[in-house]
Design a protein. Structure first.
Length: 358
C-alpha cells in the first residue's frame, strides 16, 4: 500500500474525502417543513427570465433529505440534478420538508398536497416573476406521489407538467406488499397501524436500515471495493457521497406512515387512482398536465411494472410518456446513468413543451 493510499483511506474513514460543497442558492422562504430554496446565481435567474424559461420545482420524497437533488455538484460523472437543470437555462427551486420528530406525528399526506407543496408552487411563481406563470414539478420516488396528489387536489395550480423518476404507482407489483395486503387487509391494517401510532411514525434509524437493506450486496462488497479503489479518489468520493445521503435519511411522520400502509398498500387506492384522506378525495384521473415517468428493472425499491403503471393510470392527462432507465433507484436520478439517460430525456420532454409540441 502506497503512502497516498494510506492518506486516501484516512480521509475516507474520517468522512472528509468527498467535498461537502453545494450549488449556489438563495433561501426564498424558511417555514417549518417548507423551506424553499432557489438555486443558481442572480445572473442565471435574470437570463432565465429574459429567455422566458419555465422554472422547475423539485419535490423530495418523504424521509429523504432535500439535498438529494444536489449531490456532489461539480463531480464527474455528474451527480447534481439542480446543476443539470441550471445547465439547460432552467432555474430550479427545491422545497425542503426538513426532519420530523414525534411532535410531527399528526402530519399526513393532506398537509403536503393541500398546503405545503401548493404554497411552494405559488412562491416559485411569485419569486421567479417570469413571462409565464407556470411551473414544472419534478420529483423522485414518493416525491412524485406528492406531486400527483397536489396536481389532482387543485386543478387550478399553475403546473405545466409533472416529471417523476422511479415513482411507485401500483403496490401490488412491488414485493412484499401483496403479502402485506393479504395479511392486513381483513383488519384494515391493524395491528401494524397501532405500532406505527405508538412509534409516532417510522423513526429515522429504521428508514436508514431499510434503505441499506435494499442494496445489501453493496454493503457486503464495500470493504473489498475500498481496498480495490484506494488509487481512485473519485470512485471513493462517489461512494462517500452515497453513504452521507443514506446516513441523512429522516423518518416518516406518524399519520403519513399509517396512510402509506392503509391507503397505498392495504386499500391499494393509488392503483385505482382515487385516494380517500379524511375530508379529501384525490382523483388522479383528473390530472390533465403532461406527465413524464421513468422506471427500471434494476430498481430494488420500485419495480418497473409499478412505475410503468402510470401509463394506464393517468387517463386524463393530455400526454404520458414512460422511459425505461436501467439503473438503481437512486441511479435513475443522479450519477452516470442519470446523466446519460434520464436527464437528456427530461431535457427533450421539456423542450417539446417549450415548443408547444405536447
Amino acid at each position: 500500500m502506497q503512502p497516498t493510499d494510506l492518506r486516501t483511506l484516512s480521509q475516507l474513514l474520517r468522512g472528509d474525502l468527498a467535498p461537502t460543497a453545494t450549488t449556489e442558492h438563495t433561501v426564498v422562504s424558511d417555514r417549518p417543513h417548507a423551506r424553499l430554496l432557489r438555486y443558481g446565481s442572480d445572473e442565471q435567474l435574470d437570463q432565465a427570465r429574459r429567455d422566458g424559461a419555465v422554472p422547475a420545482l423539485l419535490v423530495p420524497p418523504l424521509a429523504v433529505p432535500a439535498f438529494a437533488y444536489d449531490l456532489a455538484p461539480h463531480a464527474q460523472p455528474a451527480n447534481s440534478v439542480v446543476e443539470f437543470l441550471l445547465s439547460t437555462g432552467t432555474v430550479p427551486y427545491v422545497v425542503d420538508f426538513g426532519d420530523v420528530s414525534r411532535a410531527d406525528r399528526h402530519i399526513g399526506f393532506e398537509a403536503y398536497f393541500d398546503h405545503l407543496v401548493p404554497r411552494a408552487v405559488g412562491q416559485v411563481v411569485a419569486d421567479f416573476a417570469g413571462a409565464t406563470d407556470a411551473v414544472d414539478l419534478m420529483a423522485w420516488s414518493l416525491g412524485g406521489t406528492l406531486s400527483f396528489m397536489t396536481a389532482a387536489n387543485d386543478p387550478g395550480l399553475p403546473i405545466r407538467s409533472i416529471i417523476t423518476v422511479g415513482t411507485p404507482l401500483n403496490y401490488t407489483k412491488i414485493q412484499p406488499y401483496p403479502l402485506v395486503r393479504a395479511l392486513l387487509g381483513p383488519t384494515g391494517g391493524r395491528p401494524a397501524t397501532y405500532l406505527l401510532r405508538a412509534l409516532a411514525g417510522i423513526p429515522a434509524p429504521l428508514v436508514r436500515a431499510a434503505y441499506r437493506a435494499t442494496s445489501w450486496d453493496r454493503e457486503l462488497r464495500k470493504p473489498a471495493y475500498i481496498l480495490r479503489n484506494l488509487h481512485d479518489r473519485e470512485a471513493l468520493s462517489r461512494m462517500q457521497v452515497i453513504d452521507r445521503f443514506q446516513d441523512s435519511l429522516p423518518g416518516y411522520p406518524g399519520k403519513v406512515a399509517e396512510q402509506m400502509l392503509v391507503n397505498l398498500v392495504v386499500r391499494n387506492e393509488i392503483t385505482d387512482g382515487v385516494l380517500h384522506f379524511d375530508r379529501h378525495t384525490v382523483d388522479l384521473h383528473s390530472i390533465t398536465a403532461p406527465i413524464f415517468l421513468t422506471g427500471s428493472h434494476r430498481d430494488a425499491i420500485v419495480s418497473h411494472a409499478a412505475a410503468a403503471w402510470g401509463t394506464e393510470l393517468f387517463t386524463g392527462s393530455q400526454h404520458v410518456e414512460f422511459h425505461t432507465i436501467e439503473s438503481s433507484h437512486l441511479g435513475m436520478l443522479t450519477g452516470a446513468d442519470a446523466a446519460q439517460h434520464t436527464w437528456p430525456a427530461v431535457q427533450a420532454f421539456r423542450a417539446r413543451l417549450d415548443a408547444d409540441r405536447i
